[in-house]
Design a protein around this ligand. Structure first.
Ligand SMILES: Cc1ncc(COP(=O)(O)O)c(C=O)c1O
Length: 409
């Protein structure tokens, strides 16, 4: 039995029939590449699961984790530890929000945000975007729109969805954008006073990388203020520098009541996610019970991974680097759109980008793999989300390889 067969025998792979799971034996990794047994080194344009933001095997993150393992690797949720206090301070500094409730994964973070919204408002309904993804637990699938909810949808409550912004009609002096208009219509129909929260990705991920119209975030904020609705920004995918800002929402300068974080928080070195809340929400729970908890709350080794990763993002200015290197891809993709009829568009910010083909991307993805580039894709969209430590010259190399794959496919 080879290693893949041994693993397949007793561990499930995710999101697939087990016999058709796309697997690879990864034997090493370094910065923006990983090494596959029998193949060699490939560029990692998915950052594993869009989470290895600082890059693979960063010595500072590894050292932080090893130090914590030596000092104290396990501790009950309410134990007071230096690494927990340090992480809280770093998160407050970089998010501008008051307090975090930490979880092991993103879906749990979103669930806890919803629980907090229900506790704070006494209302139960949550509005989300039609094709949004916020995680794979039942409660979160029910609220979101991603098609992966379908096998369970029969027993779920009807979701409250606003439209996707693509293609978005820009706002005019007399009328809001389609996207914002769909929110106004939904609120009028449902009763704004019954809504606990509006949950939106800071910047939408694999279901489209859709650029919101300019009136959207400010318009949603105004609606929330007018009706006592809490605004939850899900930055699990788009946060920690991925879009060329610490958080995607920073582009619109809008304040939110809660923000969910995950993935790049630890750069995937250990499981950790969370929900950050505003000062007003934090104070509310000074003497009201916060009905939230879990065994691996603020796990010490995960906190060390997060402290290490956030320190690297700041000291190496990786959000700024993502913005700069993203511009290399933007220029190269614009040239490809000019040169190749099958390349019809591009979207994105920083190193959260998509290239759009006029056909299914399978052949280009297969050719790119032959050439040493691992490209995630869906339908005719190719995602370009490498670790944020990628250099400009490396982006040029990858763009050459993607173009060769498009020509050779
Ligand atoms: C925007 C967004 N929210 C939530 C999640 C769920 O995170 P997790 O897979 O850690 O539960 C994801 C995961 O891809 C995501 O992209």
């Amino acid at each position: 039995m080879n290693l893949t067969q041994r693993q397949r025998a007793h561990l499930f792979f995710t999101w697939s029939a087990q016999d058709r799971a796309r697997t690879m034996e990864i034997i090493n990794a370094d910065r923006a590449r990983f090494e596959v047994a029998g193949k060699g080194w490939v560029w990692d344009l998915e950052s594993q699961v869009y989470n290895v933001n600082v890059g693979h095997k960063h010595p500072h993150v590894q050292a932080r984790m090893i130090e914590q393992i030596g000092e104290l690797p396990a501790c009950a949720p309410n134990g007071v530890l230096k690494i927990r206090a340090t992480l809280g301070e770093l998160l407050a500094e970089h998010t501008g929000m008051a307090k975090a409730f930490l979880t092991t994964g993103g879906a749990e973070a979103v669930e806890n945000a919803i629980k907090i919204a229900r506790l704070a408002t006494g209302r139960t309904k949550v509005i989300a975007r039609r094709s949004s993804y916020h995680g794979a637990t039942l409660a979160v699938l029910e609220i979101a729109g991603d098609p992966r909810k379908q096998p369970f949808a029969a027993t779920m409550r009807a979701p409250l969805h606003i439209e996707d912004p693509h293609p978005a009609r820009a706002p005019t002096a007399r009328r809001a954008s389609d996207w914002l208009e769909s929110l106004h219509e939904l609120l009028a129909r449902e009763g704004a006073e019954t809504i606990a929260a509006i949950l939106l990705e800071g910047f939408t991920g694999t279901n489209g990388m859709q650029h919101p119209p300019n009136d959207f975030w400010p318009g949603v904020r105004a609606v929330c203020d007018a009706h006592g609705i809490l605004l939850i920004d899900d930055e699990i995918f788009s946060g920690f520098g991925r879009t060329g800002r610490w958080f995607a929402r920073d582009r619109w300068g809008v304040e939110v009541d809660m923000m969910t974080i995950g993935k790049g928080l630890t750069s995937g070195y250990a499981p950790l996610a969370g929900v950050m809340v505003s000062d007003a929400l934090a104070q509310r729970f000074d003497d009201e019970v916060l009905w939230c908890g879990l065994t691996h709350y603020a796990h010490p080794v995960s906190c060390a991974a997060a402290v290490g990763s956030v320190e690297v993002l700041a000291s190496e200015q990786l959000p700024e680097n993502a913005e700069r290197v993203g511009q290399v891809f933007e220029r190269r993709f614009a040239e490809m759109i000019e040169r190749h009829a099958c390349v019809v568009g591009q979207r994105g910010f920083g190193l959260m980008r998509a290239l759009e083909l006029d056909r299914g991307a399978e052949a280009v993805v297969a050719k790119a793999w032959e050439l040493g580039v691992f490209l995630p894709s869906r339908g005719g969209m190719i995602w370009v989300c490498p670790p944020l430590c990628l250099r400009g010259d490396e982006a040029e190399t990858i763009a050459d390889l993607i173009e060769a794959a498009i020509v050779g496919a």
